[in-house]
Design a protein around this ligand. Structure first.
Ligand code: ZN
Length: 149
């Protein structure tokens, strides 16, 4: 997405968890603990992938996008479909997106990445203020000429 910025990738943390699991230091109960809310979000707003679940290897992972930010008001903390994000990014200045991968088969879930979206990331914004200052300078020039008369 065009306005995506301050991306934080959690794949290292995920690999660490999977390593702990392989080594037997954590159990599948500890990592396969998706809440009913998360699973519902995955079913209704999730983005299907063609990547297999690293735990059960029988289901494909679903990505859930959670949005946070003051401008979202009561929508903060809700899951949104991937197609809704660009629309929000055009209307809001800034909001945070958390991407969680979920397996609906074994309840594995892990934070994949987080990033900022919103109009603040568009370079076009500075053009707008540029035009305004030109107009303001014009006005000042006109006033000066009027004063000289
Ligand atoms: Zn699974």
């Amino acid at each position: 997405m065009r306005t995506q910025r301050q991306v934080v990738d959690y794949s290292l943390q995920k690999r660490a968890v999977l390593r702990e699991l392989l080594a037997g230091r954590v159990g599948t109960y500890d990592v396969c603990d998706a809440s009913p809310y998360l699973k519902n979000a995955a079913r209704f707003h999730g983005e299907p992938t063609d990547r297999r679940c690293p735990i059960c290897r029988s289901e494909n992972l679903t990505l859930v996008h959670y949005i946070y930010g003051d401008e979202l008001k009561q929508s903060a903390g809700q899951a949104r479909t991937l197609t809704e994000l660009p629309v929000l990014a055009m209307t809001l200045r800034e909001f945070q997106v958390f991407v969680v991968e979920v397996c609906l088969g074994c309840d594995w879930n892990h934070l994949v990445e987080q990033y900022l979206l919103g109009r603040d990331g568009l370079t076009g914004d500075s053009d707008g203020t540029g035009e305004q200052s030109v107009a303001a300078a014009d006005g000042a020039g006109r006033r000066r000429r009027e004063a000289q008369r």
